[in-house]
Design a protein around this ligand. Structure first.
Ligand code: KIV
Ligand code: ZN
Length: 390
């Protein structure tokens, strides 16, 4: 086991309450947002992006209240690149022990065309808005939205302007989930090499999952020098979602041998917060979702169940207890074998002789062919049927 406490820290920036909530249909009530913010704070999230204060009175109220009650986490609010947004954001986050203003503007050709700004006009806007934010708060994050589709020379130019204007974190968003791991790493490396002052600030990676590569892209960025990962619980977020917090955190824990970076997350709280976010957002977690899916620690086939009963490491690379589950689950179905049936019957307090187990196994298989999963009550009924027919 490696000692993670001496390793470079990767900050975990959770945006479930901002980017996650932007997912169509995922709206949360004020009380629900407070509950999730408390859970994130207790779990050890470094920065909570609590909302977009100018977006609505409700968002403003939630960000203000979360700022007042957070015990450890930095509380961040989002704002577009204009003074009104930034002032409103500051009004909401200023109550926090550690407040942060996050301001952004789309820098790729497609996004520059929307406000119809020339490259020079946009550069000036970035300078003015970051300076304004920094005059209010000494913790300022700036994001060039759609960074992964922005010309490299222009990206370097605007990142340098934002750093000179006082940004303390530069976030590199892959807004449309377009990048791939090698490119994600190369981009961070290029910025660190080419931008004067880059070594004085923290680079963040913010990935979307449109091609299913958000986790891989985030970890590749960390290996290249990013020290903040932006993510959401269950990967909640617009379209295919954001990087899933539970995935990057557990990847850094389980493969710490090849990715030697530490986080402050208490991973034993992951399952609980995953379930709460699923319930309050109304977004079910897919059964085979990495880390927190119902089947992530379940084994049905006979070969796997037999292996698990002999040594859990045969088919599990992490312990279910590490994410807050009480143990592995060995659901019985048509692929299960005798060893799992014997173990299950023992758990249920039924001791069977070999011939009784063989008989039960035949009838269990027949039932499993008709039913997706065989439950404890089904097994007890099969045993009772055998007793009464004797
Ligand atoms: O995906 C994105 O570009 C964003 C920014 C607002 C940071 O969420
Ligand atoms: Zn985003």
């Amino acid at each position: 086991m490696t000692d993670q406490t001496t390793q470079p820290r990767v900050l975990i920036f959770d945006t479930t309450l901002r980017d996650g909530e932007q997912s169509p249909g995922a709206t949360m009530t004020h009380e629900e947002k407070l509950e999730i913010a408390d859970l994130l704070d207790e779990m050890g999230v470094d920065i909570i992006e609590a909302g977009f204060p100018i977006a609505s009175e409700g968002d403003f109220a939630a960000v203000s209240e979360i700022s007042r009650r957070a015990k450890q986490a930095t509380i961040c609010g989002l704002s577009r690149a204009n003074y009104k947004d930034i002032d409103r954001c500051w009004e909401a986050v200023r109550h926090a022990k550690s407040p942060r203003i996050h301001t952004f503007i789309g820098t790729s050709p497609l996004h520059r065309a929307i406000p119809n700004l020339t490259m020079d006009e946009m550069a000036e806007r970035i300078h003015d808005t970051v300076t304004h934010a920094r005059n209010l708060c000494d913790n300022v994050q700036w994001s060039p939205m759609d960074a992964t589709r922005t010309e490299h020379d222009y990206l370097c130019r605007v990142v340098e302007i934002a750093i000179k204007a006082g940004a303390t974190t530069i976030n590199i968003p892959d807004t449309v989930g377009y990048t791939a791991p090698r490119e994600s790493a190369d981009l961070i490396r290029m910025l660190l090499e080419r931008v004067p002052g880059a070594e004085t600030i923290t680079f963040a990676t913010h990935c979307h999952n449109d091609l299913g590569m958000a986790t891989a892209n985030s970890l590749a960025a960390v290996e290249a020098g990013a020290r903040q990962i932006e993510c959401t619980i269950n990967g909640l977020g617009e379209r295919a979602g954001n990087t899933a917090l539970e995935e990057v955190v557990m990847a850094l824990k389980v493969r710490n041998d090849i990715m030697p970076y530490s986080t402050r997350i208490d991973t034993r709280r992951l399952m609980h917060i995953s379930r709460r976010v699923s319930t309050v957002s109304g977004f079910a977690v897919q059964f085979n979702k990495a880390i927190v899916g119902k089947n992530a620690f379940a084994h049905e086939s006979g070969i796997h169940q037999d292996g698990m009963l002999k040594n859990a490491e045969t088919f599990e690379i992490m312990r279910p207890e590490d994410i807050g589950l009480s143990g592995t689950s060995l659901p019985l179905g048509k692929h299960s074998g005798r060893a799992a049936l014997r173990a299950k019957m023992k758990d249920l307090g039924v001791d069977l002789a070999d011939n009784q187990l063989n008989d039960l196994f035949v009838r269990f298989k027949a039932l499993a062919d008709r039913k997706k999963e065989v439950f404890d009550d089904d097994l007890l009924a099969l045993v009772q049927d055998a007793d009464t027919s004797e």
